[in-house]
Design a protein. Structure first.
Length: 269
């Protein structure tokens, strides 16, 4: 029993075999996927919903990624307010800050992040957070955690730090604000000892796993297109780090997903 808590299913890299890819996920034991709805920004904000409407085991999120923050308009916020009420939408994201690529100005990223927190709060949707700092600086973490603390923590809705690349102190700050921590295929990478150190210590009831498909394929698939079936490799690595069976990690992270997103009726076991 596995859940891929974060996958981009809508892009062109899956156009040729999307249905086969989903069947492979089912065959690997994946019982649910959260399809991330940031797409390519404004104009594609319903991309995950369109897939979730066709598969009752796939859920959707919505949101403007920090890369496309400079493109966001008032009309996009109105669209997000409407999409947030769609029955297949269970989360808002991925949203946050990316100071590594700086595709959008940092002050604009922050403004768009705050506006989306307001919409998510109004519709009681947990956030899925993207945070990538610039090289040799923690400024994106500092700003992300500060904005969450100032504009979100009091909501009690929590969120998910997606594909964590930070340190224990960043995870702890998020945990203290009610967040879950999600690990992707990069936890298997040889140089990812900092990520593995966090993965050993996250409380079991706050732990999630994901693929971030089609990105970050785990070893032994690194360098290839990632897909939801490969979430099993992340479960195996987390299990190794924590001295558990992979099946146990898969089951607990699936339970955590359903509970966190208030989908208790979907839990099987």
């Amino acid at each position: 029993m596995l859940v891929d808590s974060h996958a981009h299913l809508e892009g062109p890299r899956f156009d040729a075999d999307r249905e086969d890819m989903l069947e492979r996920a089912r065959a690997a034991g994946v019982v649910s996927i959260l399809a991330i709805g940031s797409g390519t920004g404004p104009g594609t904000l319903d991309c995950a919903i369109r897939i979730a409407e066709q598969h009752n085991w796939v859920y959707a999120s919505i949101g403007v990624h920090p890369h496309e923050a400079k493109l966001a308009t008032q009309g996009d916020y109105v669209e997000l307010e409407s999409l947030a009420r769609h029955p297949r939408v269970i989360g808002f994201g991925e949203i946050g800050l990316d100071y590594y690529y700086d595709h959008s100005p940092r002050n604009v990223q922050q403004q768009v992040f705050i506006r989306q927190m307001e919409i998510a709060r109004a519709d009681k949707l947990p956030m899925i957070i993207h945070c990538r700092p610039s090289e040799n600086s923690e400024n994106a973490w500092e700003d992300t955690l500060r904005l969450i603390r100032e504009h979100w923590a009091s909501s009690g809705l929590g969120g998910v730090l997606h594909s964590l690349t930070g340190e224990q102190k960043h995870a702890k700050a998020a945990l203290d604000m009610g967040f879950a921590i999600s690990f992707s295929g990069n936890v298997t990478f040889p140089k990812a000892e900092t990520i593995r150190a966090v993965a050993r210590n996250v409380p079991e009831d706050r732990l999630l796993i994901e693929t971030d498909s089609p990105f970050l394929a785990p070893i032994p698939y690194r360098g290839k297109r990632n897909e939801p079936a490969f979430v099993a490799k992340t479960a195996e690595k987390i299990a190794e780090l924590r001295g558990k069976a992979a099946e146990e990690i898969g089951f607990h992270t699936a339970q955590n997903f359903f509970r966190f997103f208030r989908l208790e009726s979907s839990v099987v076991g």
